[in-house]
Design a protein around this ligand. Structure first.
Ligand SMILES: *Cc1c(COP(=O)(O)O)cnc(C)c1O
Length: 398
């Protein structure tokens, strides 16, 4: 048995197939050691190098590194001038952060339903959700499949709204012939432990706007005019000024050490996941009760998650019972996502209830994400496929 399967270092329960396993190479280890020995630990040369490489990879003019995608989204809203009494449109099929940052700036989240094939925001429903207070749209490229950005930008232009992409799942994605990260005023990426590229924790904002980039940099480090490498760099001490009450959101060099080398292999990671997605699709095409997400022909998908919807009525069980059945075979799973508007905070604050976004709500009771990461072995994936098939076939007979 392989070491990772026996030591199971980051799951409390020993799992035969974990939901995720990061792939950290010797290059990352050497780079971290190099920084540790250099004596420069905080934001510095490695962070700047990672930003340059990321901007180049995403075809963006600027990339601003921060300590999470949550911070990236928060700063993008602030740099776009979104605040109190404004409304921001997004979808409920997303992680907590997408909606929470709207709250952080004192604005109001307006949830628009998703389309059934990709679980991305439904552009046909956006205009009905626009009010005189609406200032921005945050589309989420769910599972790495780009949203319908042409339609979203057409609405944004007409209604003078800012588009801030939640590209947490979409580092490698393309919308038609444009790289995600190069299209909207701000695009926000995540390097959280389970994302397509990891720095443990970390995030990035890409933008083509010089002023926005400058504002993001200032906001990401206390609102002060120069960063530490300039304050204490080779040219000696420099005075600095507080320009606004900014945040402590900077990425530091030890994170960037991972990012630089993860980015260099990100296309290899994606190619491995793509092959696994095809194997899953192939296997489940014989099971009508297991419905994978669809992919549209005009995009390049980042393949962040392998999400399937189970036909729970047909199977006569709940999704949570299916989770238990799958987990009993030592397989790690995820749920992406139970809709944000039905979580207690949003229900209580805004009175949101079932019926607001029927497609997202139906998906929220049927989705399970299966293991999808570049070091998933074929026999591990076969175990997952066999388990899902056995669970479904057993239910058919009852
Ligand atoms: C992970 C995630 C985030 C938040 O990323 P962090 O880097 O953990 O802050 C935001 N949006 C989506 C859709 C995510 O999956």
């Amino acid at each position: 048995m392989r070491e990772s399967a026996t030591t199971s270092s980051f799951h409390e329960i020993e799992q035969r197939v974990p939901f995720h396993r990061p792939w950290i190479g010797q290059e990352e280890e050497r780079e971290v050691l190099d920084s540790l020995r250099s004596g420069w630990l905080t934001t510095g040369p490695k962070t700047r190098a990672f930003e340059r490489a990321f901007a180049e990879y995403t075809h963006a003019k600027h990339a601003v590194a921060v300590n999470s995608c949550t911070a990236a989204l928060h700063l993008s809203l602030l740099a776009s001038g979104i605040g109190t009494d404004d409304e921001v449109i997004t979808t409920p099929t997303t992680f907590a952060a997408t909606a929470n940052v709207i709250e952080h700036v004192g604005a109001r989240p307006v949830f628009v339903d998703v389309v059934p094939d990709t679980l991305n925001i439904d552009p046909d429903r956006i205009e009905d959700a626009i009010s005189p207070h609406t200032k921005a749209i945050i589309p989420v490229h769910f599972a790495g499949h780009p949203c319908d950005l042409d339609a979203i930008h057409a609405i944004a232009r007409k209604q003078e709204l800012v588009v801030i992409e939640d590209a947490a799942h979409a580092i490698e994605s393309w919308y038609r012939d444009q790289k995600i990260g190069s299209i909207s005023p701000c695009s926000c990426f995540s390097f959280y432990a389970t994302k397509n590229l990891t720095t443990g924790e970390g995030g990035m904002i890409t933008t083509d706007d010089d002023d926005v980039a400058e504002r993001l940099r200032i906001l990401s480090l206390h609102g002060i005019s120069v960063d530490a490498s300039q304050r204490y760099g080779p040219k000696g001490y420099k005075h600095w000024d507080i320009l606004e009450a900014g945040y402590k959101y900077n990425m530091f060099d030890l994170q960037a050490c991972l990012g630089i080398h993860q980015l260099a292999r990100v296309e290899t990671f994606r190619e491995r996941r793509r092959e696994m997605v095809e194997r899953y699709d192939q296997a489940f095409s014989e099971l009508p009760e297991v419905v994978p997400l669809q992919r549209r022909p005009d995009v390049t998908c980042g393949y962040h998650l392998y999400v399937v919807r189970f036909a729970v009525e047909r199977l006569g069980v709940s999704r949570d019972q299916l989770i238990e059945a799958i987990q009993n075979h030592n397989i790690g799973i995820g749920v992406h996502f139970r809709p944000v508007h039905l979580h207690p905070y949003y229900r209580n604050k805004y009175g949101f209830a079932e019926g607001l976004c029927p497609v997202a709500e139906a998906a929220g009771e049927r989705v399970i994400s299966l293991p999808l990461f570049p070091t998933l072995e074929i026999d591990e994936q076969q175990h997952v496929i066999r388990t899902v098939r056995n669970v479904v076939q057993a239910l058919r007979r009852t």
